[in-house]
Design a protein around this ligand. Structure first.
Ligand SMILES: [Fe+2]
Ligand SMILES: [Fe+2]
Length: 318
């Protein structure tokens, strides 16, 4: 049987639309410079437009142009904000496909390393069980907020970035990078549910977060275990997690900055085995992207150019 499948081979039914990962990589490496951000997104515009065709994100593209992702990633969820319902659906859909990929990541970890200790396999099996339940919970929550499966394109960057064929790096990427991000996002969603008075969402996500803390703990334990007596492998695993954390910070949107859309869930992560030193490092890695002011200004210029292009095209065809 085949091992280490590529992300292109992840099985999806016809409801799902795949989106390339380029945008997340670009976002992770943007400098704090308005022109550079505008240029990067302008260049990606045709690709972004193709990616949203036939999905509910098409209306977001129409309204904001290729920079719509900047607005979505950058602004905290707020029940009072414009297009709050659509943005909540987009977040919820992203979490739903994230849970699918977490299930696939944990399933791969169980299958890919036949020589790993029995306890490791049991932990990964337990995680699969949890993630399968999370997929169902978020499918229901997506419905709860008026969304449906396949309404937005799916980027498989979580699976792509977090999977390595070394088990120490795999758990560093999936269980500490990806699952750590899940802790940040879910703590933020609980805050949102409290703010909007949504008790169903608050309670459901609170249960899920408890599982995610356990999954990070698996990562904390197994990175240590796999790297016992091998400081070089430990350094490789830590370096891989730093790389994953950089990508999963979306240019500072998930960070410890005051203006972050998704703050780091400091207390939850400590409970899950992150050290104070690792968290300080995460804050430094995630916080050095472009500032919110830069991204907001870039989004404004991108929208203006997009609307001007549309008006020009309409004028030409009239
Ligand atoms: Fe999960
Ligand atoms: Fe998880």
């Amino acid at each position: 049987m085949k091992r280490f499948i590529q992300h292109e081979e992840l099985a999806r039914d016809s409801r799902f639309i795949r989106q390339p990962n380029v945008m997340v990589q670009v976002l992770a490496n943007l400098p704090d410079d308005v022109d550079a951000v505008v240029d990067a997104f302008d260049q990606m515009a045709p690709m972004i437009e193709i990616g949203v065709k036939g999905t509910e994100a098409e209306s977001l593209f129409d309204a904001y142009g290729p920079g719509f992702a900047l607005i979505v990633f950058n602004e905290p969820l707020d029940p009072e904000a414009p297009a709050a319902a659509e943005r909540l659906q987009l977040r919820m859909h992203g979490i739903f496909v994230g849970e699918l990929q977490a299930l696939e990541g944990a399933g791969r970890s169980l299958w890919d390393f036949p020589d790993a200790p029995w306890e490791f396999k049991m932990n990964m099996a337990r995680q699969c069980w949890d993630e399968a339940r999370h997929v169902q919970i978020f499918e229901k929550l997506l419905d709860h907020v008026g969304g449906y499966v396949g309404m937005f394109p799916e980027a498989t960057f979580l699976f792509e970035c977090a999977c390595s064929d070394d088990p120490a790096l795999r758990v560093a990427g999936v269980n500490r990078g990806l699952e750590g991000l899940a802790c940040d996002v879910f703590r933020d969603m609980i805050r949102y549910a409290e703010k909007s008075g949504d008790e169903v969402m608050r309670q459901a996500i609170d249960y899920v977060l408890a599982d995610e803390i356990t999954h990070v703990r698996f990562g904390s334990t197994w990175v240590r275990e796999f790297c016992k007596g091998d400081p070089e492998r430990l350094e490789r695993a830590q370096a891989f997690r730093r790389e994953v954390d950089k990508q999963f910070s979306f240019g500072g949107s998930r960070s410890d900055r005051e203006d972050a859309a998704i703050p780091i869930a400091w207390e939850d992560r400590k409970e899950a085995g992150f050290t104070e030193e690792e968290l300080q490092e995460l804050a430094a890695i995630s916080g050095d992207g472009p500032s919110k002011k830069t991204l907001t200004e870039a989004a404004r210029i991108l929208r203006e150019r997009h609307l001007a292009r549309r008006a020009e095209a309409q004028g030409a065809s009239a």
